[in-house]
Design a protein around this ligand. Structure first.
Ligand code: GLA
Length: 389
């Protein structure tokens, strides 16, 4: 066992007499099915090899001591003496919020945690779901918390909705937990059932490009959009005399609604169709077709749903100029963050060069490109010894 504490954790975070283990929680991308999860729709995300890394040591009292290298800050949370109040906008809210949603299965032992990793924080790859699912699954792994997989994911989403105040769907938490290596998670967000759909050709790869415009997925814009869609659903129910509970149940056709409701509904209904077609294309190995669906999704997200922005538009436009690129779109909530691009492996260098040179020429901003592998989510991971560095 590796007892090394390492030099870069603050003194006193770990005690020298007990082992430290490493627990990895991935980030996620989404290749199709954007802004459909909270409409009970279909999504196609995957966990990628960018991680929140937890260095973990158990302790016998009810204290969770966590140090974030990114924020350079230590917090102490107690589970036995009543939970600390949430600190809105603070990273520890994801941990305190997680403890709060555990309710009567709160652990009576504790953990020392060192948090770092290579997942951009707040950068559109779901660092918050990675932190929350990672924390809950680490509590389960190391303290034996009685939580089934799906229950863990549902509670992780509750942290976001009830404690952070973002009315998000379940895609991010689900993907971070359930993904399998070299596969996408084809998730039906109504049934909460998924299939793993492999990316079967090793010569077809994915690359993320970080626009450098980091959105704040706070309650604001995202919640407004969700509310507009709720109003659209109510209007459709009135129009049809129905009681559909999600937009994904609505028959796919044009509806006579005021803007922006009409365009939002069109996006959701079209996007669900694209996910269905995309799953089929992946199964048949038709990657050109899949790429075209990604691009159609981008146009719909930009034109109809209104969640792209100049930076993301430019990144997609430039990506599509590169020979060997099959498709490209924003990934996640949009309004900044990252794009995801499907491309032939041999095109990676051309792609990287073009993205870097053209983005700075056109917008004066630096684009960071990273190819990514699809990896196992937390449900399929084991901890490894050591965690000191
Ligand atoms: C964010 C949310 C998800 C999902 C995406 C858009 O990542 O957390 O639930 O709605 O945006 O597809």
């Amino acid at each position: 066992m590796n007892n090394s504490v390492g030099s870069s954790w603050p003194e006193g975070l770990f005690s020298a007499d007990r082992p430290i283990r490493t627990w990895l929680s991935p980030g996620r991308i989404n290749v199709l099915g954007e802004h459909t999860d909270y409409h009970g729709g279909l999504v196609l995300p995957a966990a990628v090899d960018r991680f929140t890394r937890f260095a973990v040591q158990t302790r016998e009292d009810g204290i969770i001591q966590a140090f974030s290298k990114h924020f350079g800050e230590l917090v102490e949370l107690r589970t036995r003496e009543g939970l600390a109040p949430l600190r809105p906008g603070h990273w520890s809210t994801y941990l305190t919020g997680s403890l709060a949603v555990l309710g009567d299965i709160l652990p009576d032992r504790g953990l020392n945690l060192g948090l770092d990793g290579d997942l951009p924080v707040g950068g559109g790859m779901s660092s918050s779901a990675s932190l929350t699912v990672g924390f809950l699954s680490a509590l389960r792994e190391f303290l034996g918390l009685p939580l089934e997989d799906l229950e863990l994911v549902v509670r992780a989403r509750r942290v976001e909705v009830e404690k952070v105040g973002v009315n998000c769907g379940i895609m991010d938490q689900y993907a971070v937990h359930f993904s399998r290596a070299r596969s996408f998670v084809a998730l039906d967000c109504s049934a909460l059932r998924h299939e793993n759909v492999p990316l079967s050709d090793p010569e077809v790869i994915l690359a993320v490009v970080d626009s450098g415009k980091h959105r704040q997925l706070t309650a604001g814009r995202y919640n407004e959009i969700v509310a507009e869609c709720d109003a659209a659903l109510a209007a459709i129910n009135r129009l049809l005399g129905t009681t559909y509970s999600t937009l994904s149940q609505v028959p796919p056709r044009e509806y006579d609604l005021p803007e922006p409701q009409r365009r939002r509904v069109r996006h959701v209904l079209g996007e669900n169709e694209r996910v269905r077609a995309g799953i089929e294309a992946l199964r048949e190995g038709r990657f050109d077709r899949f790429g075209a669906l990604m691009l159609a999704s981008q146009y719909s997200l930009a034109g109809d749903y209104g969640v792209s922005c100049e930076e993301l538009d430019v990144l997609v436009e430039e990506a599509m100029q590169v020979e060997g690129v099959l498709g490209s779109k924003l990934s996640g909530a949009g309004l900044g963050g990252v794009t995801v691009t499907l491309l032939r492996r041999e095109a990676l260098q051309r792609f990287t060069e073009r993205m870097q040179t053209r983005y700075i020429q056109r917008l004066g901003r630096t684009a960071r490109v990273f190819p990514c592998d699809l990896v196992d989510g937390c449900a399929h991971r084991r901890s490894v010894e050591g965690g000191g560095s």
